[in-house]
Design a protein around this ligand. Structure first.
Ligand SMILES: [Zn+2]
Length: 343
């Protein structure tokens, strides 16, 4: 399988974020790329560099106001006397029905959900190339490849149409799905990251052409807290096209695979023409976030089960943080997926 990745994606190097109010080293660090590249190669992937795709595929799911913010905020922030080295907001609108702020500090609060998505000099370019990897993977599948893997970093599934959050800036899975829509009437997104794909849900919440399904640790006591609950089903024309499967903390392989079967029933009933897998590997038992307990062989079974849906599939990298097995978990998923397809 082809794996898409550009070197520019490694330049974004966030330093810190707050966890329960305490500053911590940011776990979404460039070393993840090395582990994931090694994991993809071990699964037999050919690494290819995407071409630059311009803003079009990104602007198809994000607002122009937000994209302008992402591109220019770092330079603007540097002009604030005494400002932090990275853009980190400290004030947020409690509702979004007020005025759109003119200042850098106001816009940072408006467009950034939390402290986990610091913006530095390289963030915009890294996020763009990450999205272009997703576009190139979607194009490979549109040209007839049964599947392609986009090594997207920074990740994307917590980014809404006009809000960054949770290490994410541009929603790569949404970009891939929207790109696939050029030739596929219906696209399903299956998010298996430890965390609920709240940004992806938000982007497609009122649409019936893209089904969004997410398996994740129950947000009742876990990020992203405000979204990911089972009663969030979509709205307007999208009602019934969003499906959340929150899992109890520490759920392991059996519970995860059972929930996956429930997700498949919904996906089959939607009869999509193509699938996007938002592949977080942080549901791993040894991931620093420690929310679920999927094992390395478990990821192989997850890959195998998804492959059996028999759909043209774009696999988009989401979370999964530094631990000894990060690369092995990717290898396990891709090998399981490829093995099931070959049979
Ligand atoms: Zn995650």
């Amino acid at each position: 399988m082809k794996a898409l990745y550009a070197e520019e994606q490694k330049r974004h190097d966030p330093k810190a974020f707050l966890s329960s109010g305490a500053p911590q080293p940011n776990p979404e660090n460039p070393e993840r790329v090395e582990r994931l590249l090694a994991g993809a190669k071990a699964a037999g992937c050919r690494i290819e560099r995407p071409r630059a795709h311009g803003l079009g595929p990104v602007a198809a799911v994000h607002t122009p106001e937000y994209l302008g913010f992402l591109e220019h905020i770092f330079a603007r922030w540097q002009r604030i006397e005494g400002a932090s080295a990275e853009v980190i907001p400290n004030i947020h609108p409690i509702a979004r029905n007020g005025s759109y702020p003119a200042s850098a500090a106001g816009q940072a609060g408006y467009h950034m959900a939390d402290t986990a998505c610091p913006i530095s000099a390289e963030t915009w370019q890294s996020a763009l190339w990450s999205a272009w990897s997703a576009v190139a993977a979607a194009e490979a599948v549109m040209s007839g490849a049964p599947a392609a893997y986009a090594l997207c970093r920074p990740p994307g599934h917590h980014a809404f149409a006009d809000v960054a959050g949770g290490f994410c800036f541009i929603n790569n899975s949404a970009v891939a799905a929207q790109t696939l829509r050029k030739s596929a009437a219906r696209v399903a997104i299956l998010d298996v990251d430890l965390h609920h794909g709240n940004g992806t849900q938000g982007i497609f919440y009122a649409r019936s052409d893209v089904l969004t399904v997410s398996l994740h640790a129950d947000p009742v006591r876990f990020y992203p807290f405000f979204w990911g609950h089972a009663d969030e089903r979509g709205e307007g024309p999208g009602l019934g096209y969003n499906f959340n499967l929150p899992l109890p903390r520490k759920s392991a392989d059996v519970a995860f695979l059972e929930a996956l079967e429930v997700a498949f029933q919904r996906i089959r009933a939607f009869s999509p023409d193509a699938l996007v897998v938002a592949l977080g590997l942080d549901a791993f038992e040894g991931d620093p976030f420690g929310g679920l307990s999927v094992t390395t062989p478990g990821f192989s079974r997850v890959g195998e089960a998804i492959a059996k849906l028999g759909l043209p599939t774009v696999i988009v990298q989401e979370g999964g943080y530094l631990c000894d097995a990060l690369g092995d978990n990717l290898t396990a998923f891709l090998t399981g997926f490829g093995g099931a397809r070959a049979r």
